[in-house]
Design a protein around this ligand. Structure first.
Ligand code: ADP
Length: 657
């Protein structure tokens, strides 16, 4: 292949523009990103070589070498991993394969700070090299291809890049950064070593740098940074030394690992620029033995809602990397968890298919799921500390560790709460634990902070159910006519506004023995909360309204399943409810909007016998129009649209005129 110039995919060009306008406040992370890619490439080689030992060629020791050239002002990160063919270089370095990239780019606002935040969640990987370089040269050869099929890729990070074939005996990839003048601090072994120690100490691969020696430098003051010698006297010795610990972090004892090391390791594997919220590191013994290091991120990734979103667990078997995104190891509702699982029981040649069937894998998945739930329970427990003394004058002791966890669960829940709810439908075995972790807004709290247990503790004397309503927005939920009688009686109702709520609640019929009851489903039954007089009045109204209801039912037979009187309304004339086992009109609407099948069940129209409009209906010459207006308004009140909006407007106008 002779030299050709190709354009970056539009999204890459956009990303590069952001990167080169230095969105990162700490530019040194480029080194972590490039070393992490090199390490991934070595992991991939090790894995492919399990079935094809020849891929190692003559170099079985996988490693990364970092070197610099002061005169040429270049910094090179070289690995002997899997490498890239020419086509792979074009594909992998010219386009972004992540699904949802286009959508993501659409969210960028042009506001540097906001975009920097977003881009951090997205992860720039290889392209972060352009933070410090105005030109990058990549030379690579894929393991197994002949030396004549190497590739050189060059770009200055604007619209396009050049590729050509290259004779390259060495397997793997070297990335050479032509540093911008303001980034020449990276032309120093001391600086590079300190950045590597900070970000890449605990990747399992050795990172090598060439040893330097003072030439004729005389030791004057050993406590100075450069040993007190005259600068300029350092020369390379041709000998390479390992500059990182090069032992996989998770294999080391907990007590030898600092908080910062855990955090940096997370950033390496998760490609996140923020610290995680919390983590758990355990060696599990028993029938199935494995090590788990699991992290809960602080921020949701941009593609959390992609249905084909990859799981965040890397699987190792006896320290050999097996695969990324091992979805069999974590249920889908915990897809935000990142980390490493290293098993000593699985075979090295385990495939994705085998993973699905393995008993060991099932045990690991169950154990890891429980571990994540315990982490969340711990955060939830320490989210708020009650520092008021109890009845006996005893105050909880809150130590510094507990204090550090304050507010973290609220933060977690805002990012991932909706995903967690999917677990109600997905993980029956842990449903009760999950239910305890859920939080909602309610008629007593705008903040999403009410647990089922909080709610139960506040239930009224005689109240027999946990009441909730689902709606598109908090405002719609709060102002829903269905809440009127609950407000009047001071009964708390949970307000649920996540899309997944109604689906998820299908799987949860009660909490700790108390049934959950949607206030928009079935006939309202306040049980003991309604006194005898109220019950009697309701029965009488139902009787007295019978003829009117029959007429309404006839007029609305295409729209309403049934028409009945209700005691749930106070100020509104009417509302729509669904039958006990029905799908709410709101969910049905959502499904239809998403182009999905929704059952065509009709709602029930409930009318308020005390309302003036309802009282006036009977005998009105406008009966037919009023009946339809009543129905359409009930639909409008819950955020829906009349089936025929023009007809609705015509009817209202006729009455107004
Ligand atoms: P990510 O690592 O998140 O996939 P990058 O932009 O960092 O995204 O890299 C894009 C792709 O380029 C990688 O997925 C990989 O296929 C390829 N790549 C990058 N660096 C190397 C390397 N050192 N060796 C082999 N392939 C590489």
């Amino acid at each position: 292949m002779s030299k050709q110039t190709l354009s970056f995919q539009a999204e890459v060009a956009q990303l590069l523009h952001l990167v080169t306008h230095s969105l990162y406040s700490n530019q040194e992370i480029f080194l972590r990103e490039l070393i992490s890619n090199a390490s991934d490439a070595c992991d991939k080689l090790r894995f492919e070589a399990l079935n094809n030992n020849a891929l190692y060629e003559d170099a079985p020791n996988l490693e990364v070498r970092v070197s610099f050239d002061k005169d040429a002002k270049t910094l090179t990160i070289q690995d002997n991993g899997i490498g890239m063919s020419a086509q792979e270089a074009i594909d992998h370095l010219g386009t972004i394969a992540k699904s949802g990239t286009k959508d993501f780019m659409g969210k960028l606002t042009g506001d540097q700070k906001a975009d920097a935040q977003l881009i951090g969640q997205f992860g720039v990987g290889f392209y972060s090299g352009f933070i410090v370089a105005d030109k990058i040269t990549v030379e690579s050869r894929r393991a197994g291809l002949p030396a004549s099929e190497g590739v050189r890729w060059i770009s200055s990070g604007s619209g396009d890049f050049e590729v050509e074939t290259l004779e390259r005996p060495a397997r793997g990839t070297s990335v050479t950064l032509h540093l911008r003048p303001e980034a020449d601090e990276y032309l120093s072994a001391w600086k590079l070593k300190s950045v590597i120690a900070k970000y890449s100490d605990h990747i399992s691969l050795p990172i090598l740098m060439e040893k330097e020696e003072w030439k004729d430098g005389e030791l004057i003051n050993p406590s100075d940074e450069n040993g007190g010698r005259q600068p300029g006297g350092m020369v390379k010795t041709g000998e390479w030394e390992t500059v990182n610990k090069a032992s996989a972090l998770w294999t080391r004892p907990k007590k030898d690992i600092t908080e910062e090391q855990y955090q940096e390791f997370y950033k390496n594997i998760a490609h996140d620029h923020e610290n995680p919220l919390t983590w758990a590191h355990n060696r599990v013994e028993g029938n199935t033995e494995y090590t788990q290091l699991l992290y809960i991120p602080a921020k949701a990734p941009f593609d959390l809602w992609n249905r084909d979103k990859k799981a965040g667990i890397k699987l190792y078997v006896k320290r050999v990397f097996i695969m990324d995104d091992a979805e069999a190891l974590m249920p889908s509702y915990l897809r935000f968890v990142k980390g490493v699982i290293d098993s000593s029981d699985l075979p090295l040649n385990v495939s994705r298919e085998l993973l699905q069937e393995s008993r060991d894998v099932r045990a690991i998945r169950e154990g890891s799921t429980k571990r994540v739930l315990s982490m969340l329970e711990d955060l939830a427990k320490h989210d708020k500390h009650d520092t008021t003394p109890n009845a006996d004058g005893v105050t909880d002791v809150v130590d510094a560790d507990d204090k550090a966890k304050e507010g973290k669960y609220t933060q977690f829940y805002a990012e991932f709460g909706a995903v967690l709810k999917e677990g109600l439908g997905e993980d029956f075995g842990n449903r009760e634990r999950l239910a305890k972790l859920l939080r909602f807004a309610s008629t007593s709290s705008d903040a999403v902070s009410v647990s089922f247990a909080d709610y139960k503790a506040r239930m009224k004397e005689g109240q027999e159910a946990i009441y909730y309503i689902t709606a598109d927005t908090l405002a719609a939920a709060k102002n829903s006519p269905q809440l009127e009688v609950f407000k009047k009686k001071g009964i708390e109702v949970l307000l649920m506004t996540d899309r997944v709520d109604e689906w998820a609640l299908n799987y949860l019929h009660d909490f700790d023995g108390t049934p959950l009851q949607s206030v928009a489903k079935g006939a309202v039954d306040l049980g003991k909360l309604q006194d005898e007089a109220e019950k009697k009045a309701a029965e009488e109204a139902a009787e007295a309204f019978k003829p009117l209801l029959a007429k309404l039912k006839e007029a609305l037979k295409d729209k309403a399943e049934d028409v009945r009187v209700t005691s749930r309304l106070v100020d509104s004339p009417a509302c729509l409810v669904v039958q006990d086992d029905g799908m709410s009109t709101q969910l049905a609407r959502m499904l239809k909007q998403a182009g999905q099948q929704a059952p065509d069940t009709k709602p029930v129209l409930e009318v308020n016998p005390e309302h003036a409009l309802v009282k006036k209906l009977d005998g009105s010459v406008h009966f037919h129009d009023l009946a339809h207006i009543l129905f359409d308004q009930a639909l409008l009140a819950e955020g829906g649209l009349p089936e025929d909006p023009a007809a609705y407007v015509r009817r209202v106008n006729a009455l107004l005129a």
